[in-house]
Design a protein around this ligand. Structure first.
Ligand SMILES: Cc1ncc(COP(=O)(O)O)c(C=O)c1O
Length: 375
């Protein structure tokens, strides 16, 4: 339950078909040669159509094809910040942004979150006290690890604050398309405008096909306003020259021939089944005070005296891998009493349910038992 990957489904069979088709229909010189750094015009046009599903109205000239989401994030950071400048992540964030910022010498300063996600007043304060931050890094939809979807009001407030303080936004939306059209909880997906739509002039939007289709495609998209997008080609050239043409050809074929839609529809349905099963089991347990699920993961908060590290030790002793919460703390080491469980890796719903039941049976025995698993 440690790697946040989508369920496997039929993708292997689709890959075989796509590889055969690509090897006979695409010029082998293209597959084995260098390609334009940001991707060919046709590929960027396919990517911009895919991005339209997330509510982005971007021209293919504003889109760059990257070697997966992590590469897109790295390029977005270099395009927006210099060493020593301040990046604002949420207090709990994607560990990949921490390692990239560290490599690039970017200073991280965390913005407080509450039960509804990033707190706009805390962002305002971060912009007015101390060194002026250069950019904000956010996952407004299916936040990682807490699965929060930021409300339309907070999205608008963040866009307004960013505009007032000339703050760039790096919006990471690798999970957004996995949300149901009409959210069962509170907010319909259609109401969740991307920050790239609310503050298009200052947002670099990134996503990838890793969570929706398959991580091995290593295909990511980065889109932004023309003046920021202009730098992307040079940065992609400097890092990978161009993403692998063979892999990109498969991804684009899937996007263009409808395979991506079929795989995404299946993934959404399968993950909805898994989330329902996980919520049903987790919500019933007395040691768990709160459960939230979105996209591929579940977030659960524990009652005292449990701590996240005791839960990690418990899982470890049971042979179940979960990520230590310290991974997600943006800067300081204080972490909430919460745990993220990845729901996509189990081969099927019954196996997932059995794993969760095993974890819950361990919780029944109390944290003392957890610390006793290591001798
Ligand atoms: C929030 C977030 N952003 C970006 C990425 C990177 O995606 P990719 O696997 O396409 O590199 C991940 C992958 O775990 C992620 O969880």
């Amino acid at each position: 339950m440690v790697v946040n990957a989508p369920a496997r489904g039929m993708r292997e069979e689709f890959l075989r078909r796509a590889l055969t088709a690509v090897s006979t229909t695409v010029d082998t010189g293209t597959l084995l040669g260098y390609e334009p750094d940001i991707g060919s015009y046709e590929h960027r046009r396919s990517a911009s159509r895919w991005l339209a599903r997330s509510g982005l109205d971007v021209d293919s000239g504003q889109v760059a094809i990257c070697h997966g989401g992590r590469h897109a994030l790295f390029v977005a950071l270099v395009a927006s910040l210099r060493a020593g400048e301040v990046l604002l992540p949420e207090a709990l964030t994607y560990p990949g942004v921490k390692s990239a910022a560290q490599l690039l010498g970017i200073t991280m300063s965390a913005v407080a979150m509450d039960a509804e996600g990033l707190v706009p007043e805390a962002l305002e304060e971060a912009c007015t006290s101390g060194t002026a931050p250069r950019a904000l890094y956010r996952m407004p939809t299916a936040h990682y690890p807490t699965a929060i979807a930021l409300s339309p009001q907070r999205r608008q407030a963040i866009a307004d604050i960013a505009r007032r303080h000339d703050l760039l936004i790096i919006e990471d939306d690798v999970f957004g398309l996995l949300l149901p059209d009409a959210d069962t909880d509170i907010i319909p997906l259609a109401a969740l405008a991307a920050l790239a739509a609310l503050a298009a002039e200052r947002t670099l939007f990134l996503t990838s096909l890793s969570k929706t289709l398959a991580p091995g495609l290593r295909c990511g998209f980065l889109a932004g306003p023309p003046e920021l997008a202009d730098r992307l080609g040079a940065l992609i050239r400097a890092t990978v020259f161009n993403p692998s043409p063979r892999s990109t050809a498969v991804s684009m074929r899937w996007l263009d021939d409808g395979t991506a839609d079929r795989l995404l529809d299946w993934q959404r349905e399968e993950m909805a089944r898994r989330r329902v099963a996980a919520e049903y089991l987790l919500r019933a347990h007395r040691e768990i005070s709160h459960v939230r699920t979105a996209a591929l993961h579940a977030w659960m908060e524990l009652r005292e005296p449990w701590t996240a590290s005791e839960m990690g030790a418990l899982a470890d002793g049971l042979g179940i891998s979960i990520s230590p919460m310290l991974y997600f703390g943006a800067v300081d080491r204080s972490v909430p009493r919460g745990v993220r469980l990845c729901l996509g890796n189990a081969p099927d719903v019954p196996t997932l349910a059995t794993t969760i039941r095993t974890l819950l049976a361990g919780l029944d025995r109390g944290p003392t038992w957890a610390s006793g698993t290591h001798v």
